[in-house]
Design a protein around this ligand. Structure first.
Ligand SMILES: [Zn+2]
Length: 454
């Protein structure tokens, strides 16, 4: 009897709700041929013993060791794959200067497919090693190199959603790095969409094309309108940046006399499959438009500390039913780890709530009710990301993909401070959230396939 492709036994953590953690102790996770969690069986369930009897000792069975736990794989909603090559550098200047001084020259080098392969191979492997099983990527303006990134995701087993970036406005973009013209930008995007949809048929976990205007300042009206039409025609994901910094927010207001959100909506770019990065400066009506259209926010807390001139009011937008996930925003954010971004999301929200200027009286210093908990930040990195993409990922739950990371709290070189074998698992969960590093991630699985181990 081997009805299931695989059977796992162990304790898992997953979000029950945005504020609560579900702990399944010593459960069995039954994975079917499609890599989906078909059944989860509790120890007190009658079937538990017979399933163990049937699978134990076969190569379809894996039991976690003491000190090991399953977490859902992370969903990174905002990664600039080419910028991995400059991660950790150039964080000392404002967004506009950062783009023109460092980022555009780097991205222009991805016309060279060999250079692109070197960087893209490494960034996909690095994200997998950091527990990121699904990533929403900006590539560059180059169609071939963007397709190469999708192919690398496909072959390494990561669920990659990849966008060929559109920057078609000759007034706003340097001559050495932009689309040749608007019609070429749209034709390249359409060819890219078709090629990735073909590639997807060869994968188990799925890869997806994403319509990707870099942000409004880099695109013409005609380009933005054409991209909205392509997203509708092929029913694709859409990603861009929205209301990130004072400069970006102000630019769109000057050009369209409305906020980013409404301008993007006018071009057909706010859809259920849309994810907009940052969104720090959304006003209430913008957030309501996001909720109405199903558009999600990619919250990038580390990057925001450098480039967004503000802390996003996550709690306020969540209360308005806007879908929110987490993004590393490599390389505006220096870290490829969503663990690091979970921590920063909590820290930033605490600073927003309390305020940061000690010369102000306490009651004027902060924004009340802004803090989020570590459980909420974990939700953003997992279930919130899955919901943002409308995919069955980010939860350890029946009907979801077996996208998991195996966390080992007891590796000798980086043992977590757990001294009592009966320590409350909720405390263990929090220690993992705050202290885990890539070396604690022993295995990563996507859609039932092991894609990383150490
Ligand atoms: Zn970005």
């Amino acid at each position: 009897m081997s009805k299931y492709m695989q059977l796992f036994q162990g304790t898992s953590f997953s979000s029950k709700s945005p504020t609560e953690i579900q702990v399944l102790r010593d459960h069995l996770y039954c994975i079917n041929d499609d890599g989906m969690i078909e059944r989860i069986v509790a120890p007190e369930d009658a079937e538990y013993a017979s399933l163990l009897d049937a699978y134990q000792g076969t190569d379809k069975f894996q039991r976690l060791e003491a000190g090991q736990y399953f977490l859902p794989g992370f969903v990174d909603l905002h990664v600039h794959a080419p910028q991995w090559a400059q991660s950790g550098t150039a964080l000392d200047i404002p967004l506009y200067d950062w783009l023109n001084t460092y980022t555009f020259p780097l991205e222009s080098k991805f016309s060279d497919l060999e250079f692109a392969r070197t960087v893209y191979d490494d960034v996909v492997s690095t994200l997998l090693a950091n527990g990121t099983t699904t990533a929403l990527y900006f590539a560059t303006v180059h169609k071939e190199a963007s397709l190469l990134l999708a192919q690398i995701c496909a072959s390494k087993g990561q669920r990659g959603l990849v966008g060929k970036v559109v920057m078609d406005d000759p007034e706003q973009n340097p001559e050495y790095y932009r689309d040749a013209d608007t019609s070429t930008a749209l034709a390249d995007t359409e060819e890219f969409i078709i090629a990735v949809q073909e590639l997807a048929k060869t994968t188990k976990q799925g890869v997806y094309p994403v319509v990707t205007p870099r942000f409004i300042p880099s695109c013409t009206d005609e380009g933005l309108r054409g991209l909205g039409e392509l997203a509708a025609k092929y029913d694709t994901y859409v990603q861009s940046h929205c209301s990130e910094s004072d400069w970006a927010h102000g630019y769109v207001k000057n050009r369209f006399h409305k906020n980013d959100a409404f301008a993007l909506h006018d071009f057909g770019l706010l859809r259920d499959k849309s994810v907009m990065a940052h969104c720090n400066f959304l006003e209430d009506q913008d957030a309501e438009l996001f909720a109405d259209t199903g558009t999600a926010i990619a919250h990038c807390p580390i990057s925001n500390a450098y480039f967004a001139n503000s802390v996003i009011p996550v709690a306020r937008f969540h209360a308005k039913n806007v879908e929110i996930g987490l993004g590393s925003d490599i390389s505006g954010g220096f870290s490829p780890s969503l663990f690091d971004n979970i921590r920063q999301a909590v820290i930033s929200s605490r600073m927003l709530e309390d305020g940061v200027n000690p010369s102000l009286p306490a009651e004027d210093r902060g924004v009340p009710d802004s803090r989020i908990t570590i459980h909420q930040a974990f939700y953003l990195a997992t279930a919130g990301g899955g919901d943002s993409l409308s995919l069955p990922i980010g939860r350890i739950q029946e009907g979801y993909a077996w996208d998991v990371q195996v966390i080992d709290t007891s590796i000798p070189s980086a043992k977590l401070p757990i001294f009592d074998e009966h320590e409350d698992v909720h405390d263990i969960f929090q220690k993992i959230m705050y202290l885990a590093r890539p070396e604690h991630i022993r295995e990563v699985w996507v859609q039932g396939d092991k894609v990383h181990s150490r």
